[in-house]
Design a protein around this ligand. Structure first.
Ligand SMILES: [Zn+2]
Ligand SMILES: [Zn+2]
Length: 407
């Protein structure tokens, strides 16, 4: 326990230093036009005559534009509704969403539902925005701050949190912030404490909303040794695959091969730094990788499709002693078969990361804050809040990588 407490103190002091630094250097330069949301939010609360700041739906009817949010009523049906303005409790903040990104998880939720999030439910979990209201005992975030948020936080009390496996925290998923496809979201105290970061001016809101998927990616790389002359093979060419390419490039790996079928996405993979892109299928790509590595195979193979057949083929790309990251979650109930000889006698390291820890969020934040990180390449279009169905359809049809909703 002592270790855990010491670590928690270290993180807290880091957080305070971080915010002090940003507030003194970055936010201090904030000009007044950045705070209209906070001002409007305050005025709105005052007008309602509710000192606690909670509004009813009937009050909102006069000013419905303030509180619209998409509700996933059931798989395949979403409705834009007027909802009460959320009010922050102790340790909480309310964020006015400025950009939310479409994501494969949202698409799956829309098409066939999600076991963890029964309908009807708000949805959308990749977002950034502006702090509209701050609850009691929140010291490091202020109204008007532009922030980027990873939408969960650890409880710091369970078995997993005590072992720094906060991604597996007993309550991390059930307390996830949903509702980014709406104008306001409330962030619980556990998330405010560790996973809310100040948005650098240089970053657009849409790019800043990459914090969540990028955190999953940086979590996946944790503990994986990378060498400059490694050959890395990324299976898949969607947004998650390309985020892996960007992180590999940022960490000095240049020999990156992407295998994907969609030619448009393949072009994007080359733009973000893949050295070779294969659209012709796995067997040919595997042969080329084996030949290019002197018969060895790739040092690192990263599966980014969530298809069980691709999981099964991934080890065939790896060299003896290589690492295989099985990143994409497959459909519930699926089972994969592997050649045990390869796993054992060739000592393949199989890693299948899930979600993210606060450490991974910090690593993702540092990458995004670096102007050389080309996250913007993954944003294929922008839609207003009403355009969510069209954005999800464009995502489903593979007409781009990710689409931004700007409420
Ligand atoms: Zn996502
Ligand atoms: Zn926990």
């Amino acid at each position: 326990m002592r270790t855990k407490c010491a670590r928690a103190r270290a993180i807290r002091s880091f957080e305070h230093r971080r915010w002090d630094h940003f507030h003194s250097s970055f936010f201090a330069r904030r000009v007044d036009h950045l705070a209209p949301t906070a001002r409007r939010f305050r005025r709105f609360r005052t007008r309602s005559g509710d000192s606690a700041g909670s509004l009813t739906t009937s009050i909102c009817a006069d000013t419905a534009y303030e509180v619209r949010a998409h509700i996933l009523e059931e798989p395949g049906r979403i409705e834009l509704r007027d909802l009460p303005v959320p009010s922050p409790g102790q340790g909480e903040i309310v964020v006015r969403v400025r950009a939310a990104l479409t994501c494969g998880t949202d698409l799956k939720m829309f098409l066939r539902g999600h076991p963890k999030f029964p309908t009807p439910t708000r949805f959308g979990h990749e977002f950034s925005g502006e702090v509209a209201a701050v609850g009691r005992d929140v010291g490091h975030v202020r109204e008007g701050d532009e922030v980027m948020v990873a939408p969960t936080g650890p409880c710091n009390a369970c078995y997993y949190c005590a072992r720094q496996q906060e991604n597996l925290c007993d309550t991390v998923i059930e307390t996830m912030v949903l509702g980014a496809y709406g104008e306001y979201v409330k962030i619980p105290a556990r998330t405010v404490r560790v996973n809310v970061y100040p948005k650098p001016r240089s970053l657009s809101f849409a790019e800043a909303a990459l914090l969540e998927p990028l955190s999953c990616v940086t979590h996946g790389f944790e503990g994986i040794p990378l060498c400059r002359d490694d050959i890395a093979v990324v299976l898949g060419a969607g947004a998650i695959a390309l985020l892996h390419v960007l992180v590999l490039r940022a960490r000095g790996v240049e020999n990156i091969w992407v295998v994907g079928r969609n030619p448009q996405r393949a072009r994007h993979a080359a733009r973000v730094g893949a050295r070779q892109v294969f659209t012709s299928g796995f067997p040919e790509a595997r042969e080329a990788v084996i030949a290019a590595s002197g018969g060895r195979g790739a040092d690192l193979v990263i599966e980014c499709t969530g298809q069980v057949e691709v999981w099964e083929q991934a080890p065939a790309f790896a060299r003896r002693g290589g690492t295989v990251i099985l990143f994409g979650g497959c459909a519930a109930g699926t089972q994969a078969r592997f050649d045990t000889q390869r796993l054992h006698y060739d000592q393949l390291r199989i890693h299948s990361p899930f979600h993210f820890t606060p450490r991974a969020v910090r690593a993702a934040y540092e990458l995004l804050a670096d102007p050389s990180f080309a996250g913007r390449e993954l944003i294929s279009g922008v839609y207003p809040l009403e355009g969510l169905p069209q954005a999800l359809e464009a995502h489903r049809a593979g007409r781009g990588l990710k689409f931004a909703i700007e409420p």
